[in-house]
Design a protein around this ligand. Structure first.
Ligand code: F6P
Length: 361
C-alpha cells in the first residue's frame, strides 16, 4: 500500500488478442491491491491529444464479465497519428507532442502504462523523455519482434490461428493434389511463419531473415513428388521479397509498404516451375482477432500485474519482459536498441532444418 495514485493505460499500434487481459490485470492490481485510480485512454495517444481529453475511468465492475476472453482492445488503438509527425488536414505534418504531454498533466497522471510494439514504444519513450512522463511499457505484437522478451502479448494467438489454418489447408491440398501457399503476417520478422510452419507440418517456410531461391523451393516440391507425396504446404511471411528483391504490397500515405501479395507471386512461380496446381491463402487480420489463447491471457496478466508493481516501486522507463519462465524489467531504450528477429542459427530454425523443412536456401 502507498499513496493513492492516478495511473493511465493506453494500447497503441496494431491490436492483437490478449490486450483486454492486460487491461484487466492492471485494473485489478492497481485498484484491488493498491486502491489507486485507473484511467483508460482511448485510441493510443489520440486520447491525450483530443480536447476534451478522450478517456474513461476504469473500475473493477467493468471486468467482472467476459473481458478476459475478448479479442481486440476495449480502449481502441491506432497505428497512425505519431504526435511528433502528426498528419494535419491540409496534408502537412506537425509536431503535436507537447499537447499529448499537456494531456497527461491535465489528467493528473502519476504514471502511464503503454501497451505497444516496437514502433509505439519508440514514440512513447520519446514523449516520456521530452515531457518527463513516468512510463512503463508492456510488449504486445503478433510479430514478436520486441527485444529482450521471449514473447509479446498476441503472438501465441497468431501462431495458433496460423497453425489451425494449416490444419485446415492440408486435407484440401491432399484431396486435390495441390501446393497450397499460406501467407502470414509478421512484418519484418518470420516468427509466426516459422512457429506455425513447424507446428502445422509445412514443407517449405520462407522468412525474411533467410534469403531463398525459387529454384530451391521448386526442387523441394519436386523431391516431395518423387517421394510419393501428392501435395505440399508452403508458409511465407508477408515481407519476404520477390527473388529480385522487390517488396510486395502497397505504399501507405507515409511511404511505408503495407505488405501483401508475396503468396500470389510464389504461387504463380511454383506453378510455372513445377507444373503443380497452386492455391494461395492470405491469412491477414484473422491472426490478430478472436479469443486469446490461454498463454496470451496468462502472459498478459503477468505483465499487467508487474507493470503496476513497478509503478508502486517508482521504477519508471522500464518494459516488462518474459525471460526464462519469469517476469523481469528492462530499460526501454535498451529494448529499443535490440529488435528480435528470427535467429538463422537458432534452435527453431535448426529444428525446421532437422525436420527436413526447406527454408528456401
Ligand atoms: O505489426 C502487426 C501487424 O499485424 C503486422 O504483422 C502487419 O504487417 C501489420 O500489423 C498490418 O497493419 P494494418 O492493421 O495497418 O493493416
Amino acid at each position: 500500500m502507498g499513496d493513492t495514485k492516478r495511473i493511465g493505460i493506453l494500447t497503441s499500434g496494431g491490436d492483437c488478442s490478449g490486450l483486454n487481459a492486460v487491461i484487466r490485470a492492471v485494473v485489478r492490481r492497481a485498484i484491488g491491491s493498491y486502491g489507486w485510480q485507473v484511467f483508460g485512454i482511448h485510441e493510443g495517444t489520440m486520447g491525450l491529444l483530443r480536447r476534451p481529453l478522450d478517456y474513461e475511468e476504469l473500475t473493477l465492475r467493468l471486468f467482472t464479465g467476459n473481458v478476459l476472453r475478448m479479442g481486440g482492445t476495449l480502449l481502441g488503438t491506432t497505428n497512425k497519428g505519431d504526435p511528433f509527425a502528426f498528419p494535419m488536414p491540409d496534408g502537412s505534418v506537425a509536431d503535436r507532442s507537447a499537447e499529448v504531454v499537456e494531456g497527461y498533466r491535465e489528467l493528473g497522471l502519476d504514471a502511464l502504462i503503454a501497451v505497444g510494439g516496437d514502433g509505439s514504444l519508440r514514440i512513447l519513450q520519446r514523449l516520456a523523455e521530452t515531457g518527463g512522463l513516468n512510463l512503463i511499457a508492456i510488449p504486445k505484437t503478433i510479430d514478436n519482434d520486441v527485444g529482450f522478451t521471449e514473447t509479446c502479448v498476441g503472438y501465441n494467438t497468431a501462431v495458433y490461428v496460423a497453425t489451425e489454418a494449416l490444419d485446415r489447408l492440408q486435407p484440401t491440398a491432399a484431396s486435390h493434389s495441390r501446393v497450397i501457399i499460406l501467407e502470414v503476417m509478421g512484418r519484418d520478422a518470420g516468427h509466426i511463419a516459422l512457429a506455425a510452419g513447424i507446428a502445422g507440418g509445412a514443407d517449405v517456410i520462407l522468412i525474411p531473415e533467410i534469403p531463398y531461391s525459387l529454384k530451391n523451393v521448386a526442387a523441394k516440391i519436386e523431391s516431395l513428388r518423387e517421394a510419393g507425396r501428392n501435395h505440399a504446404l508452403v508458409v511465407v511471411t508477408e515481407s519476404v521479397k520477390t527473388e529480385s528483391g522487390e517488396p510486395v504490397g502497397v505504399k501507405d500515405e507515409a511511404g511505408n509498404v503495407r505488405y501483401g501479395g508475396i503468396g500470389q507471386y510464389l504461387g504463380e512461380r511454383i506453378a510455372e516451375m513445377t507444373g503443380a496446381q497452386t492455391r494461395v491463402t492470405v491469412l491477414g487480420h484473422l491472426q490478430r482477432g478472436g479469443t486469446p489463447t490461454p498463454r496470451d491471457r496468462l502472459i498478459g496478466s503477468v505483465f499487467g500485474v508487474h507493470a503496476v508493481d513497478l509503478i508502486a516501486q517508482g521504477k519508471f522507463g522500464q518494459m516488462v519482459a518474459w525471460q526464462d519462465r519469469r517476469v523481469v524489467e528492462i530499460s526501454i531504450p535498451e529494448v529499443l536498441a535490440h529488435r528480435r528477429d528470427v535467429d538463422p542459427q537458432g534452435t527453431i530454425v535448426g529444428t525446421a532444418r532437422g525436420l527436413g523443412i526447406s527454408l528456401g536456401d
